[in-house]
Write a protein that binds this ligand. Sequence first.
Ligand code: NDP
Length: 500
Amino acid sequence: MTTPKPGTCPVLTTADGAPIARQQALTAGPRGPLLMQDVQLLEQMQSFNRERIPERVVHAKGSGAYGTFTVTNDVTKYTKAAFLGRVGKTTDVFLRFSTVAGERGAADAERDVRGFALKFYTEEGNWDMVGNNTPVFFVRDPYKFQMFIHTQKRDPATNLRDMDMQWDFWSLCPESLHQVTILFSDRGIPANYRSMNGYGSHTYSLINDAGERVWCKFHFKTKQGIATLTDEAAAALIGSDRESHQRDLHGAIESGDFPQWRFCIQIMTQKQADAFRWNPFDLTKVWPHAEFPLIEVGTLELNRNPENYHAEVEQSSFSPSALVPGIGPSPDKMLQARLMSYADAHRYRVGANYQHLPVNAPRCPFANYQRDGAMATAASYGSAPNYWPNSREGAPMPDESRLDPAWTLGQTVVDRFDSTVDHDDFTQAGDLYRMFDDAHRDRLATRLAGVLGQARREVQARQLCHFFRADPDYGRRVAEKLDFDLSEFHESGAAVAATR
Ligand code: NDP
């Protein structure tokens, strides 16, 4: 007897499948009290109490959809990834968009970075590209990640979002300036999830059939064109619809208007990496397109809505550690930390066997010696051995032919290196600022002054120094809007006021 799909029985039943005759409380007399033996009611109440799982600490509010990835260009000289093996090849995907700081009930149209987490169900395992709609991030050292997120959440005493807390941190971490400039630029509030780019942000490695390794960045360029909201439009939208991006994505797919992205890569050889003027593994930096042009790989299309939000979107779990042959990590410290922390978060919030859920499970054959734990559903393991090495016939064995080339670390010194020294935190933020026209620069400065003005004056002064260092005009505009006396600042951007 096979297990039928839930919801397919015309008669209401208990979770154990027994028919329910009447949905009314079992009581001693019409006025009660209740009887303990009303197991239907007990089950309903107890199930209800367990409906929520812990929300994600970050990226709690999200929307997801299934789709298809199609290869349009041959990149096999860079990677042996099987799903990229042939032009025209298609792979099923699931994509979860999200905001970062807000809780599960937060409004979609807030000024915030957006998550862009993609699961490719490839024939050699799932590849998770767990990115954002920005090519860089606020910090480059994993020690600062949890601290940064605390500043984006709520003050421990007031339970309010706190601008002083945010700017205190940002002004003490000038490596955040590039991402801060993107966040407060006109692209800081995407109009919807379809009309924004996605980026892998980190540097990854690609390995080809010959065992040659290159460094790589992933870009997903929206084919819908970038669409953004002004602060005023976003405030009005949030006032009438807190689920605007979910509504837009679900509605577009439902009506057959399938959003698409152009998947591109940037490639850097080790020789180029050695000569690059920035650390190519620094998450606060991009690789300029003029030096590292975008190479098209394929087209991503979203074309199917999930049937059940909780099962498929809330429980969808992405981890940068989900890598496939031909795609690997880089020395990026933030990436290295995420390789552990994401899967760990899912084991906590979804469960030890989160990879058994249909949305997370590989769609290729898989076999390993991991067993048991709460809610284990990989029933196909049956009586197969649960230890290795073993001499059992048919037991899964490692495949030496899949070995990646060695990675030479040479005379590497192990130390807690100071990630704040010897870094240029200002040039790329300035490059971005200088791309903006005059009106955009003014809107950026107005927004920044609006939020920075809510921080202490000493924090404002410290942060202004960073704007000046990125571009004197950038510093001047924000300073004027905050009513700072510009004679307090040297022309170079170094401030008389304390820095850090
Ligand atoms: P390019 O002129 O070659 O590219 C500029 C890039 O900036 C384009 O990808 C564009 O995206 C993007 N962009 C435009 N406005 C914004 C904004 N408000 N927020 C975020 N991105 C924006 O320049 P470079 O490659 O030399 O880079 C210059 C600056 O552009 C960088 O310092 C960085 O801030 C930004 N940038 C660079 C990227 C890269 O990978 N090189 C990626 C994204 C941003 P689109 O093509 O969709 O319009």
